[in-house]
Each structure stands twice: as structure tokens, then as C-alpha cells.
Design a protein around this ligand. Sequence first.
Ligand SMILES: Cc1cc2nc3c(=O)[nH]c(=O)nc-3n(C[C@H](O)[C@H](O)[C@H](O)COP(=O)(O)OP(=O)(O)OC[C@H]3O[C@@H](n4cnc5c(N)ncnc54)[C@H](O)[C@@H]3O)c2cc1C
Length: 637
Amino acid sequence: MQLISHAPTGPIEHSWDKHKFDLKLINPANKRKYNIIVVGSGLAGGAAAASLGELGYNVQCFCFQDSPRRAHSIAAQGGINAAKNYHNDGDSIYRLFYDTVKGGDFRAREANVYRLAQVSVNIIDQCVAQGVPFAREYGGLLDNRSFGGAQVSRTFYARGQTGQQLLLGAYQALERQIGLGAVVMHPRMEMLDLIVIDGQARGIVTRNLYDGEIEVHMADAVVLATGGYANVFYLSTNAKGCNATAIWRAYRRGALFANPCFTQIHPTCIPVAGEYQSKLTLMSESLRNDGRIWVPKQPGDKRPPGSIPESDRDYYLERRYPSFGNLVPRDIASRAAKAECDAGRGVGETGLGVYLDLADAIHRLGKNTIAERYGNLIEMYERITGENPYEVPMRIYPASHYTMGGLWVDYNLMSTIPGLFVLGEANFSDHGANRLGASALMQGLADGYFIIPYTVGDYLATAKPVKVAADAPAAKQAVANATAITKKLLNANGKRTVDSFHRELGKIVWDDCGMSRNEAGLKKALSQIPALREEFWKNVRVLGANEEFNQSLEKAGRVADFFELAELMCLDALDRKESCGGHFREEYQTPEGEALRDDANYSYVAAWQYQGEARAPALTKEPLTFNYVHPSQRSYK
Ligand SMILES: Cc1cc2nc3c(=O)[nH]c(=O)nc-3n(C[C@H](O)[C@H](O)[C@H](O)COP(=O)(O)OP(=O)(O)OC[C@H]3O[C@@H](n4cnc5c(N)ncnc54)[C@H](O)[C@@H]3O)c2cc1C
């Protein structure tokens, strides 16, 4: 298969405008003749469904929660980037573009990233118009703070609840369209398969999570905005329900999966406390604006932090990266924390922690200012750990958080299946091998509000999908497939819980395809995962029945997909014999322990194609070219 990105050529600053002009339009009266399915109602899906409804299309929107308001986007804390340059500190569209390409370690498509930086400014205007209560500074302008990988302040925020406020904005826009009848919302519905007819995406199969009914929904185009797959690690900062099922089942129907091994480990999470923990909690990266990260200089120093004098502390990020200090990108901060802990300087009972200390900032700015900026995060930390960060430094450690990999999409956000579009964290598009903080919300809203409304019209006008029946053979076959998986899970009747399998799988992936990877570990994981998967299908015990609200069954289906995805992640990580961004292959590092890319051989997007059960997936490469930001060794020193 040849991958055609459809990325425009010519001067990059005009390429999106030109592309938009070249895209075909559908006249307003004809839009209502088209049905579009949007799976997902987070920031990407909610924005897309609202915008497509507003344009006049008939939209069916699906989510597995009881309300679109509960999409995982609501958890986002720190902020959203935009190149507004309100601080007059040297920001520009070009700088955001540059920082993002460099931050992603030169493994993203330049044209996409430029467009993202361009539309970032529209996003803020749109959200302000919706009433999103962004923080403001004394003059009344919107305030900004800094996030990793940037030397300017371009992150817009609403305390530590930015995702919640943005989602409320998108949700209101969506509800308006639901009220007008342009969007029909289907909560508590899980997409279990994609219907492909004559090579085009024409519908989905869902399971009603209340009563188990399997349903067919047909459309002229399908949009997946189903979020990321960090829960493959079992322990992650994602909501427990986040899963890969929609994109994984689309992969099994022919959509290529890009860069599955590019996952992000976030440096500032509350450390794991015990074997039976099921969830990790993020402490937003925004805390690194005011928090200083340090460990005791002496390995094994068990004194309480307040008794360790300045002379015995190592502010290792400030020491190693004087230009960016505590605001180095996430991949670098995470690896640096791991290195300190591996060297015996970790803090807390387990030794897997470093301090994030707000004392200097409190002294400089006062407790009230710090509470205004991070109050809810500090409260959350205190509730979980019983320690008060106004008085003692927080303890943090890296945790799996975000996935840059996802379904391959072209510049129009269309997958390799015509008519199947993929938005937000579910696609692989803009972040390369490492996402910069506050850029996921930007990408999800860019995709939903500003890109899909143009590109889906072009597809419909060009492909002119004909009417298809809900009992078409492909639809029946997809129903049979979804039903068979459900039955197989319920009938396994084994002895182990779904969670016990998920925990064991997660540990394999974390140990061997997590913060660092090597050939031996990846090969070991590639032999352990299929064996555990086989045991899962024989020995899993799913309680209850299909015809009822059954979260154990939901979980089982998702974990079954995580098994397959985990294998693909390891395969991809093994195949990429270089280090870049979050993909740190121990064999490929600079003498100073930084990621060592191999641009001559690996400057491409790795897109994997499903070849059937028990057959190795096929790799197709989309070469990456850099005409503006020339690849160099990333330096934040
Ligand atoms: C704790 C935390 C804090 C974060 N903070 C920030 C931040 O400050 N700034 C930033 O830029 N990014 C942040 N991120 C990342 C960001 O929140 C996510 O990348 C982003 O919100 C994902 O949005 P989305 O719309 O792609 O997916 P989601 O918000 O995850 O929405 C997915 C939707 O798909 C639906 N869905 C999924 N599977 C199915 C299925 N099979 N059938 C039906 N429906 C399905 C769900 O119901 C949901 O509606 C944070 C992430 C975490 C975990």
C-alpha cells in the first residue's frame, strides 16, 4: 500500500488556506441529505458533532458514558496552547510550529503541524465566544502560563480545570444542535465494529450498554474521535473507561495504525502507592511553572525534605538543562526522574519519586497566588497522599499518560479507509514522537471545530456515496462478529478476573515497552503477550449476562483489544532501531543519555496493516520531509 498524505506543497503559511479553497463544497440545501456518524463526544468528537450539525448535516453522535459531558477530556488540567502572543514575549504561529515539530523529535508531518499552530488562535476566540472562563491577568487580557518545551508563555488555562471548561463549551454547542434536531445523541453505546462496503466506511455496529442490544447504524461518513490508548499500561492517568476498541476494530477492518509505540510518559504524577492500585493521578505540568524539581544529592538520604539543606539538594533539571530548566519537555523530564531514582536518589517509601517543591514560589508570590493558580491540584494531592504541598514538597513520578500513535490519517484527517475520519487523540497526526504539554486540547479542538467541517464535505462531494441498506451483507457480518466476541467472552467461564489479566499485561508493557525499551525486553514481551492472551481467552471469568448493564463484559472486550494492540506496540518499538521522543531505545543514546535519532533510516511514519489472525502485520512507511524546521539533535540545554 502507498500512503498519500495529501499534504499541500508551496509556501507553508498559505497551504491550509489554499487547500481549503481547493476542497469541494456541498451547498447548504444538500448537506441535510448526508448522514454522518461521530463516535466520541470529548473535545474532538463534541466539537466535530456540534460543527457538522451547525453546518446542516444529519449527525448521529455516540459515547459510552451516560452523558457527553463525562468524556475523558473533562480531566484535562493544565491548559491549551495558542500562538496569540498576548504576553508579547516573542511567540508567533511559526514559533509554535517550530516548537511542536522539534518537541515531537522530528517525527511529525510539517504541513499538519503548521496548520495546527495557525488554527490555534481561532480556537481561543471560539472558546471565549462560548463563554469558557479562561484566567485573566490584571489588565483584563487572557492570562498565559508556560508549559514544557517552550520558552514563551502561550498556555491558556482555567485554573487546573481547563479540560472541564472547554468541554462545557463544546457540550453547550452540541446540546444546541441536539435541541435543534441536527444531532441525535446516543449515550451508553459502545462501537464494536466498523461497517465497510465497497471499500468505504458506511456505518458502525454498537452495543447498547443498558440492555446489550447489538445495533447497526449506517451513514455516508464515519468520524472516530474515541481518545487514546494509554490504559494499555493498566496504570495510567487516563479515566478507567478509556480504551482502544473503536480504533482497534477499525484497524482490523483495514485502517492502518501509525506509530503505535509512540506513547507519552508524563513526569508529574502521584507515585504508585501499592500493588492493588487501579489508577494514577496526574499533577499538571503547569506546576512546573512554579515548582522546582529536586532530589537529595546523596543516594539513600532518608531525611525529611525540610531537613535537607540547599547544599544537599540537586535541582537536576535546572543543572542539566539551564535554558529550559524545569520546563523541559515531558520525555526528557520523565527520563531524568527515572535516572535519578535508578541511581538511588529517589524519595518516598518506594524510592520511586522526586520532589516538586513550591516553597520558593510561595515565598516569592504568596500562598494566595499559588492557590489561585493550582488550588484544585493541591487539594487533590492532599486528599490522596495526606500531605500538604503548601508545607512539604509534593512527591511525583512519571506515569503513562497519552498516546501519540493512533490511526493513520492524511492531511484531511481521513484514514486509509475512504470515508473514515479520525480526530483528536485517536489519530496519530501532529505530535510526532512526543507531544508537548497543552497541545492535545489544541489538536482535538482544531480537528473538531476547524478541520473536519471542511474536509468531510470534500469527501462527500467527491465520493458521492450511494445509499446502502442496514441489512447489507457487510453489516450482517459485522453484527455477527460483534455478537461472537461478546458470546466468547461470556462463555469462557474461567477462573481469573479481567482486571488480573489487564494488570499483568500492563506490567509487561510498562516494563518492556514503557519509559525505555531494548531489544531483549521487547522480544521477551513479544513472547509473553501472546501466551497471556491465549490464557485470557481460556481462563477469563466474565460475570453476568449480555442483556444487562455489565461493566465486567465491557472491560473484557476492551482488554481483549489491548492484548492485540500491546503486541503491535512492541513490534513497532522493536522495528524502530533508533530513539526519538518518548520512544527511548536504550541501545541508541548519546553519551549524555539523550535520545539518539537515526534520520537516515527512520525519518518516517510507521503505519501497520492488519493481515488477519495469527499473521504478522505489514509495515508501510510514509517518508517525512522537513523543508522548514531542519532536523537537529534536540537540545534544551
Ligand atoms: C489527567 C489528564 C490531564 C490532561 N491535561 C491536559 C492539558 O492540560 N492539556 C492538554 O492539551 N491535554 C491534556 N491531557 C490530554 C487530553 O485531555 C486528551 O488528549 C484529550 O482530552 C483527548 O480528547 P479526545 O476528544 O480525543 O478523546 P476523549 O476526551 O477521551 O473522548 C473520547 C470519546 O470517545 C468515546 N468513546 C471511546 N470509545 C468508544 C467506543 N468504542 N464507542 C463509543 N464511544 C466511544 C467516549 O465515550 C468519549 O466520548 C490530559 C490528559 C489527562 C489524562
